[in-house]
Design a protein around this ligand. Structure first.
Ligand code: COA
Length: 333
């Protein structure tokens, strides 16, 4: 019997490390404040690579680890909130650079839940019989939409990319269950604006601002404490619900890979769920919050470390702007 399996993983982080001390030269903050409130020590910041560059590097690594050739890929999905262009999609640029000439390609926006939405979308294409091999990438250069004068937000995020190859296969790390959620009524908790309407019938002042040189670039804005509460609640709900779907208990789970936003969010969820904190894989101390990239980077790291063993059950759980959330239960192979 064939399943939908993860047959390859990959990730890429820009080389430049920005420490908390580096940030304290830009805004009124300190290493101590950032570490104790978030768990973050440093993050990677792109000094030239675009979102599609990072996506290409992570995608190429995932492809190599899958053993497939670029022409075997039927679909590329790139989850991102920081694309190079409104169009073309980041996925189309990656398709060209990989030489994945048989692949359809599109971008997907689900903010920090992007990798979960991407994998579940890929799974549905494979299950329906339309495609056999799908490359899912989460890639972000969040540094270009950060307000570098706002200490409440600029300390949280970083750049990076993670990727997985999914395939219809009888052997491999199979998806046992998955779920997606959205609560659009909370869309104002975490935002990054695009362009206001402006055309010959509507004057929202954009052209005037451009002429005066005062046009504001889009930037991430958030209601931090509200997001924090949503995040804790949604991790707990997702873990409980996916365990119920799969008729498993928390004792059956070896690892949980949560979206890497804040150590305190993860610790609170761990405490409430009564799941030991050492089951939660974290790397946010080194990379901060890389939005759609974070779960793919963390999964690739866990795979490369050799910690995952055959039959281990792993939950991936994400949450983010929208608000969106979702989870995936895997049996490792
Ligand atoms: N350095 C020093 N002080 C800071 C600071 C920083 N980087 N950022 C905020 N502060 C200050 C505030 O100005 C405030 O000062 P005041 O009391 O004088 O007004 C004080 O610290 C407390 O601010 P508050 O916002 O209440 O802190 P907090 O404990 O809620 O932590 C976050 C703030 C952003 C770390 C926390 O709310 C959070 O992590 N939220 C979730 C955000 C997130 O994960 N978003 C992405 C989800 S995908």
């Amino acid at each position: 019997m064939s399943n939908v399996c993860i047959i390859g993983t990959g990730s890429y982080l820009p080389e430049h490390v920005m420490t908390n001390d580096d940030l304290s030269n830009l805004v009124d903050t300190s290493d101590e404040w950032i570490r104790t409130r978030t768990g973050i020590r440093e993050r990677r910041i792109s000094t030239g690579m675009s979102t599609s560059d990072l996506a290409y590097e992570a995608g190429a690594r995932a492809l190599q680890s899958s053993g497939l050739k670029p022409e075997d890929i039927d679909l590329i999905i790139c989850a991102t909130i920081t694309p190079d262009y409104f169009m073309p999609s980041c996925a189309c640029i990656v398709q060209d650079r990989l030489g994945a000439i048989n692949a359809a390609a599109f971008d997907l926006v689900a903010a920090c839940t992007g990798m979960i939405y991407g994998i579940v979308t890929a799974k549905q294409f494979i299950k329906s019989g339309m495609y056999e091999n799908v490359l899912v990438i989460g890639s972000e250069t969040l540094s270009k939409v950060l307000d570098w004068e706002n200490r409440s937000s600029c300390v949280l995020f970083g750049d990076g990319a993670g990727a997985v190859v999914l395939s219809k296969a009888s052997e491999g790390s199979k998806i046992l269950a998955s779920r997606l959620e959205a609560d659009g009524s909370k869309h104002n908790l975490l935002t990054c604006s695009a362009l206001p309407l402006h055309n010959p019938y509507v004057n929202t002042g954009v052209q005037d601002m451009q002429r005066q040189g005062s046009f504001c670039l889009p930037k991430i804005e958030m209601l931090g404490q509200e997001v924090f509460k949503y995040a804790v609640r949604t991790i707990i709900d997702n873990i409980n619900n996916i365990l119920n779907m799969a008729e498993l208990t928390k004792e059956d789970i070896t690892y949980i890979i949560p979206h890497q936003a804040n150590q305190r969010i993860i610790e609170q969820a761990s405490k409430t769920c009564k799941i030991p904190i050492d089951k939660f894989h974290m790397n946010l101390d080194r990379y901060g919050n890389t939005s759609a990239a974070s779960i793919g980077i963390a999964l690739d790291e866990l795979v490369s470390s050799g910690k995952l063993k055959k039959k281990d059950k792993v939950i991936l759980v994400g949450f983010g702007g929208g608000m969106t959330s979702g989870s995936i239960l895997l049996e490792w192979s």
